[in-house]
Design a protein around this ligand. Structure first.
Ligand SMILES: Nc1ncnc2c1ncn2[C@@H]1O[C@H](COP(=O)(O)OP(=O)(O)O)[C@@H](O)[C@H]1O
Ligand SMILES: *[C@@H]1O[C@H](CO)[C@@H](O)[C@H](O)[C@H]1NC(C)=O
Ligand SMILES: *[C@@H]1O[C@H](CO)[C@@H](O)[C@H](O)[C@H]1NC(C)=O
Ligand SMILES: *[C@@H]1O[C@H](CO)[C@@H](O)[C@H](O)[C@H]1NC(C)=O
Ligand SMILES: *[C@@H]1O[C@H](CO)[C@@H](O)[C@H](O)[C@H]1NC(C)=O
Ligand SMILES: *[C@@H]1O[C@H](CO)[C@@H](O)[C@H](O)[C@H]1NC(C)=O
Ligand SMILES: [Mg+2]
Length: 595
């Protein structure tokens, strides 16, 4: 039997290699990427999985492909310590929409061939050593939304064709050596001095510096003195200054991270010390109170009395697993108490053992579980109370207070930090299973705290062989989770991507405006990305949204909601992107050495 299997197998291999000899060849885009790799100096070996023997480049580091196609849509390799030049082969990636190579050590010119990538929507080449000018046919990139060439060694005039790029929303040519008059046409007239900082030889209305009088003499302006001083500094001084600043930055970061690590290990020790569990058993009534980490500075009888007195008036909400109450102690300490539905009863011992693990998890972006109480009639979980309530309420119910864009960025960043902690720092790792806006709770400072982690697993019986129960909430669930009922980190990543879209659009994932078009929020976003219509996705109430961070959030959301779980980033990767692109968009080259 086994032999027959082997024979069949060998036969099959021969058959396939005879009849489809090219089926395993790398796609053309893949070949092009290898050409691009060949002119890069990959000092950290980040491109080691760009291999000739692969069939498709879509799983390579930094590469994202179009949905359902093997064509390259994005190259994302910022902060990768890449040296070398950009090969003119880049022009063959005709479906490329995003090229992010910022914060590397690339030099040489920006190849003119790049303008062959006519779908390009975002071009990030910030903080490299590019020389020469802006490619003259840049006007071909009619979809360009974002052009960030700041902090390079570029020179020459600013092509007037940039003015015709009607989608351009972010232009940054700061700290280069551009010269001449900034053309005052088309979109070029919409950008202010912030787009041109540190190019002392530029003049024009946008930088409030007239070029020349009609007689051809330079106009003397009150503030030209400082400009001239800046103008005198040669590229060499610039390099020295940047070098010195980087060194100082490095020193600072080393010190800070040292302190941070110290603090962490101290905290960890503290947690361990408190890992003893305080119990009070009352055999008569089978009432039991467990507090984790000595986190509840009240006597058991005081707490139990309070818990027993909770009633309708104290209810703050209810969800899939039970009702949530607000419990105010006599000293004004406030807690949230979750009463678990009777129907969810399982084995007490298993439940309590698992709870102890959950109770030991402490992180600024996670809701702290302080205790557990078993009363004769119910089971109660005691959590920190978060004053601002859930993100769901703030986004969709509260009409007085509109979440600002910077609040939303903070929420995106904090939530990714909390979830990354559950996935990558906890042992055993914890899959949340129910990431959604009503499980993101906010404190007075709008810092997000993820709630209900680990609960879904505890309360849904995994061993029930009958139809698998899916714990999560419709609209947030990854396709493979819906299909198989099996949750893992990547299904959480999907839900996190949906959460990001909810933050951006201000709409529920199941909003009728998505469904009407026969789509969910993910399909809707993908359609808009394809049509390069970024601007319509953002919540209209969010007047302070900036296109730079919007583009990054959308990009992360798109990658998180990839239909193929393997192609989604890990939460650690998501966190790293958000930290680099949103928290510190200022050049900090040294940052990831410490990762
Ligand atoms: N720790 C807490 N602090 C403040 N409000 C909370 C807390 N936990 C839950 N809530 C509120 O109670 C509601 C119900 O929570 P829950 O039972 O977890 O259901 P769901 O998460 O499905 O909405 C939440 O939407 C939230 O508004
Ligand atoms: C690549 O970079 C390293 C370090 O920056 C340098 O020593 C080496 O010479 C470079 N190699 C090439 C081929 O440029
Ligand atoms: C430009 O793109 C076309 C296809 O869109 C391709 O045939 C051509 O080779 C590309 N040119 C360069 C210089 O890459
Ligand atoms: C790109 O621009 C150049 C000149 O600016 C023009 O000659 C060329 O035809 C354009 N190519 C495409 C594909 O639009
Ligand atoms: C930049 O422009 C703003 C107004 O558009 C002005 O208030 C500010 O002083 C300018 N900054 C510099 C450095 O010129
Ligand atoms: C452009 O970049 C410079 C330096 O990197 C930064 O100070 C400036 O705020 C940026 N301007 C815009 C419009 O993003
Ligand atoms: Mg909840």
């Amino acid at each position: 039997m086994e032999k027959m299997g082997t024979v069949a197998c060998v036969f099959f291999v021969i058959l396939t290699s005879v009849f489809c000899p090219y089926s395993l060849a790398l796609t053309l885009d893949g070949v092009t990427l290898l050409e691009i790799k060949s002119t890069l100096n990959d000092t950290r070996n980040v491109l080691s999985n760009w291999q000739e023997l692969d069939e498709s480049p879509c799983t390579w580091t930094g590469i994202t492909c179009h949905l359902g196609e093997q064509r390259v849509r994005e190259i994302n390799l910022p902060y990768m310590y890449l040296g070398g030049i950009i090969s003119p082969s880049i022009g063959k990636l005709s479906r490329l929409q995003r090229l992010a190579l910022h914060q590397n050590g690339l030099h040489g010119i920006i190849p003119n061939e790049i303008t062959n990538c006519t779908e390009l929507r975002a071009l990030y080449l910030r903080a490299n050593y590019f020389q020469g000018g802006i490619p003259s046919s840049i006007g071909n990139l009619s979809f360009l939304n974002i052009l960030d060439l700041s902090s390079n060694l570029l020179k020459g005039a600013i092509p007037s064709t940039i003015g015709g790029l009607s989608h351009l929303q972010l232009l940054n040519l700061s700290t280069n050596f551009f010269s001449g008059e900034i053309p005052d046409i088309g979109v070029l007239s919409t950008f202010g001095n912030n787009s041109f900082i540190g190019n002392s030889a530029l003049c024009g209305r946008q930088v409030q510096k007239p070029c020349r009088t009609t007689l051809g003499f330079p106009v003397v302006l009150p503030h030209t003195e400082s400009d001239e001083a800046e103008g005198k500094s040669s590229p060499y001084t610039k390099v020295v200054i940047i070098g010195a600043m980087s060194l100082m930055g490095l020193a600072l970061i080393v010190i800070l991270s040292f302190l941070w690590i110290r603090l962490l290990s101290k905290k960890e020790r503290a947690v361990r010390k408190y890992a003893e569990v305080k119990k009070r058993l009352d055999p008569k009534t089978s009432t039991k109170l467990i507090t984790f980490h000595g986190d509840l500075p009240y006597t058991s009888s005081v707490i139990i009395e309070k818990l027993e007195s909770l009633d309708e008036e104290d209810v703050v909400g209810s969800g899939g697993f039970g009702t949530v109450y607000r419990m105010v102690m006599n000293d004004c300490g406030t807690f949230a108490v979750k009463r678990i539905d009777k129907s969810r009863e399982g084995c007490d011992q298993v439940f309590e053992r698992e709870l102890e693990i959950l109770g030991s998890i402490k992180h600024i972006n996670l809701v702290n579980l302080r205790g557990y109480c078993r009363l004769p009639t119910s089971r109660l979980l005691i959590y920190d109370y978060l004053a601002m309530g859930s993100l769901d309420d703030l986004l969709h119910e509260n009409t007085e207070q509109v979440l600002t864009w910077s609040d939303r960025l903070k929420i995106a960043l904090g939530s990714s930090r909390g979830l990354a902690y559950l996935h990558h720092e906890c042992c055993p790792k914890i899959v949340h299973r129910d990431i959604k806006s009503s499980n993101i709770l906010l404190d007075e400072n709008m810092e997000p705290h993820i709630s209900d982690f680990g609960l879904a697993k505890l309360l849904v019986d995994e061993d029930a062989h009958v139809t698998t129960v899916v714990a999560g909430t419709f609209g947030y669930l990854a396709p493979e989770y819906l299909q198989s009922g099996k949750a893992n980190e990547k299904s959480d990543v999907y839900s996190f991507g949906v959460l990001l879209l909810e933050l951006i659009t201000g709409k529920r994932p199941t909003d009728p405006s998505f469904v009407k078009r026969g789509l969910n929020v993910v399909g809707w976003m993908n359609t808009l990305l394809k049509e390069n219509r970024l601007e319509v996705v953002v919540d209209k109430r969010c007047i302070d949204a900036d296109v730079g961070s919007l583009e990054v959030l959308l990009d992360v959301a798109a990658r998180c909601t990839d239909a193929n779980a393997d192609d989604r980033p890990s939460m650690n990767q998501v966190l790293q992107i958000l930290e680099q692109e949103i928290m510190s968009p200022c050049p900090t080259h040294i940052q990831i050495i410490l990762k």
